[in-house]
Ligand binder design. Structure first.
Ligand code: AHR
Length: 514
């Protein structure tokens, strides 16, 4: 606060008049790089995420593919610049035995996907398919190892199989199966939701199990590169994080996970498309709770790890609604509206504003499941509003976070209040400033006044893009796939010391100043 009294900053902060939407950005004070891995995705053997989503089989002649991987999907995800992809779960991961999914397909066992619809899993998509696909996508794989029903040896052998360049039983088997060179696999999840589907463990028990697994996860070519992620807390289970940070030696731990879904009520979700404003408001309350969750989990981590060596990895987040009528309840297939664009916009702003601790995250899930960025229907593919938000925000990947102060009007519903405006800003390697803004208000536009403090001569070229629609409940369909797409934004202009902008109701805007 002492800084507020220096003359330059006095002028800067005096431009903020309280009661309006105002943002003050310190363009010269960026320290923290935004980790591109905040923009990660998640693909589970669940519903039509893998089968029909990413993978249509090597013999498919009606959908263009490379070794069974849909090329329309590859193209779309490359445009997003997806930095990492988590696989094979989720709850499925703790039932998955990787050896079932390598070698000649006709010899692979058929299993039952007990978590997701009880469907037959023929293991035709396995480790080679996933890791080759990641190379095609130019993305880093994040493998979730089976702790709940697997063994330490199984995980150690998976690491040996995928990453070891020398001569060993597993690396020879990999070569026999057609892959000479090892893949690069840095990110490893040590189980998933160990407090629930991953084994219903107490944190003390999981911490001990984690130590055992983590011990045998090094020693291969990955020794100094491996990034082990402990199965993290369910939303506000702060005790989980406390115990993990206390009981796991920090030289065995690179990341601690956190899962949080924007769900109204687990027993009474809401329709993905036919929701009321009240349901929208509550969904946004849940999404904005991410701010408090990150603050509180971070405070615990800071107590044990003040140097912020260990990352907070939000490896499952997104909106969760009722499945679409007539679809398998175990497949979690839901449409994606402007409500989802709002969730994505505010959540990514929150992650960025905490980029010193949040260094990885995974939206759940990439295709046809929960808050998907892509939906497919046989040979057709559409991009959702969430896809467009991820694409608009990718200008922040590996830019430097700019600290900002935000003063927002309230969005009131009944007795409850939320802040209308959410924001985040960064400066990239070329000196361009990117500002992402969200107005979550369902009915009212918001005027925002942005003051940019910079000692260098100010930038003069302002451009913008916007994502919005006529109705909050609008979505893209296979018949009209471009109903919601980003458009040029003309609602902002330069002022003496910054920018003024008018944000329409439920809109996401990205501004670039260079
Ligand atoms: O993303 C769907 C499921 O949600 C995951 O399998 C599980 O980890 C979480 O409960």
């Amino acid at each position: 606060m002492k800084l507020l009294y220096t003359p330059l900053l006095f002028i800067f902060y005096s431009t903020i008049s309280f009661g309006q939407n105002t943002i003050a950005i310190s363009a010269n004070k960026g320290v923290t790089k935004i980790n591109k891995h905040i923009y990660g995705h998640f693909s589970e053997h669940l519903g039509r995420c893998i089968y029909g989503g990413f993978y249509v089989g090597e013999n498919n002649t009606s959908i263009k593919n490379n070794q069974g991987i849909r090329l329309d999907v590859v193209d779309a995800l490359k445009k997003l610049k997806i930095p990492n992809l988590r696989w094979p779960g989720g709850c499925f991961a703790d039932t998955y035995h990787w050896k079932d999914g390598v070698g000649p397909k006709e010899k692979r066992p058929t299993i039952v996907n007990t978590w997701w619809g009880g469907v037959t899993e023929d293991n035709s998509y396995g480790t080679h398919n996933f890791l080759n696909m990641c190379e095609l996508l130019g993305t880093e794989p994040y493998l979730s190892a089976n702790v709940g029903s697997g063994t330490v040896q199984e995980v150690a052998e998976w690491i040996q199989y995928t990453t070891f360049g020398g001569v060993s039983p597993m690396s020879l088997w990999r070569k026999e199966n057609g892959r000479e060179k090892p893949w690069k696999v840095k990110y490893w999840g040590v189980g998933n939701e160990a407090w629930g589907c991953g084994g219903n463990m107490r944190p003390e028990h999981y911490a001990d199990i984690y130590r055992q697994y983590a011990t045998f996860m090094t020693g291969w070519d990955n020794a100094d590169k491996i990034f082990r992620i402990a199965s993290g807390a369910n939303s506000s289970d702060y005790n989980w994080t406390e115990v993990l940070m206390r009981d796991i030696p920090h030289n065995m731990l690179e990341g601690v996970a956190l899962h949080h879904y924007s769900v109204i009520d687990w027993n009474k979700k809401s329709s993905a498309t036919g929701f009321t404003e009240e349901e929208y408001f509550v969904t946004m309350q849940r999404a904005l709770q991410m701010e408090e969750l990150i603050q509180k989990h971070t405070a615990i981590m800071d107590k044990y790890d003040p140097g912020k060596k260990i990352a907070l990895v939000v490896d499952e987040w997104g909106g969760w609604y009722d499945v679409e009528q007539g679809t398998n309840p175990g497949f979690l297939f839901q449409q994606n509206t402007m409500r989802d664009a709002m969730i994505a916009g505010v959540t990514l702003n929150i992650f960025q504003n905490h980029a010193d601790r949040v260094r990885m995250a995974n939206l759940a899930q990439t295709i046809n499941v929960l808050q998907a960025v892509i939906l497919t229907k046989e040979e057709k593919m559409i991009l959702t509003p969430t896809y467009h938000v991820m694409e608009m925000y990718n200008v922040h990947q590996y830019a430097t976070l700019l600290p900002l102060q935000l003063q927002s009007n309230d969005y009131s519903f009944g007795k409850d209040k939320l802040k209308n405006v959410s924001a985040s800003a960064s400066i990239d390697a070329n000196g361009a400033i990117h500002i992402t803004l969200v107005n979550i208000n369902a009915k009212e536009s918001q005027d925002v006044s942005i003051a940019i403090e910079q000692t260098k001569p100010g930038s003069k070229n302002l451009t913008g893009r916007i994502l919005t629609s006529e109705k909050l409940q609008d979505y893209n369909t296979f018949e009209n796939p471009v109903k919601i797409v980003p458009k040029n934004y003309t609602g902002a202009s330069l002022t003496g010391n910054g920018i003024k902008a008018k944000l329409p109701p439920f809109s996401v805007v990205v501004l670039t100043l260079n």
